[in-house]
Ligand binder design. Sequence first.
Ligand SMILES: C[C@H](O)[C@H](O)CC(=O)C(=O)O
Ligand SMILES: [Mg+2]
Length: 394
Amino acid sequence: MAHPKVREVRAFVLRGGGADYHDQGGGHWIDDRIATPMSRYPDYRDSRQSFGINVLGTLVVEVEAEDGTIGFAVTTGGEPAAFIVERHLARFVEGRDPREVEKIWDQMYFSTQYYGRKGLVVNAISGVDLAIWDLLGRLREEPVHAMIGGAVRNELQFYATGARPDLAKEMGFIGGKMPLRHAPAEGNEGLREAVDAIGEMRARVGPDFWLMLDCWMALDLDYATRLAHAAHEHGLKWIEEALSPDDYWGYAQLKRDVPKGMLVTTGEHEATRWGFRMLLEMECCDIIQPDVGWCGGLTELLKISALADAHGKLVIPHGSSVYSYHFVATRHNSPFAEYLMMAPKADEVVPMFSPQLIGEPVPKDGRLKIAELDKPGFGVELNRDLAMARPYAR
Ligand SMILES: C[C@H](O)[C@H](O)CC(=O)C(=O)O
Ligand SMILES: [Mg+2]
């Protein structure tokens, strides 16, 4: 059957929120004091922007077919990722049938393996892969979830990440994940403050609401274990990304040492089936949290998810808005999704990738009907009123 080939791949850079959700203005909870691996340096403790968390900005990838249909995706990676897309990856997509997602992915990954494998390069690959899936959906007039097996439920349920799990509860979410503010360099006093903050939040949300803690790679094994035990009395459901993503051994030990009933989660900074194989085979966690815009795209997430399923583990993707929702709809081992509270005070539900996407669905009462995803591709449009640069146009 004839199918339009890809005419051109284009990579743009955009600033200000959106897919680079850490690129927010002043006063946003996400740039408040949050524990990070850089917290060991007092100069970089108060704001993650101080050490450059938002230097990259958003990457927009467009893939245009010969008939003029354009698929697109947004992720992080900014200008360096735009270079990789235009000057390296585009050659494996242009002139190709977009249905060859496997071959294209394979060629993008193995041609960059000598300088890639994780991080920025796989981030760039993810952007191209998602844009191809969006293009395929538009060409076939099918939502992405229908092309990857179809929805297994009628609606998605969400937990919310943000500074105010108490408000998330009022908004109908099934749980709230709060950021950890203090890192090991701040000593036992910081640990006590962290546990008190969890206790205070528990008092506000009551005994049954899921309460989780995001540690953004800030801890060492000893501190994470002590924190987990101290937080257990406040019914902490899971401790997330406690350690460096490279410390598989530490995660395996932490999972053995946390109090019974507390879950260990990680994986938002992990990539590809090979990275997740380490987490799964070494029994590092209970839930893996790949970010579809960083882990290798949807083509790779499907493999990661099958691997997790075979290990009896849940896949709850990190953030990623519609790019996650279409996936979560289709997998029994993804029973709920994350919603990142992008309102500066975490006090209202706003589109996660605002202002970059138009028509981005948001949870209502902590839920989203799959019918809202029933549009071609990922079902969103790019806000073309925003200033986009194409630094590496060919
Ligand atoms: C709140 C966390 O520090 C981070 O910004 C987001 C994240 O890790 C998550 O949503 O999970
Ligand atoms: Mg996290």
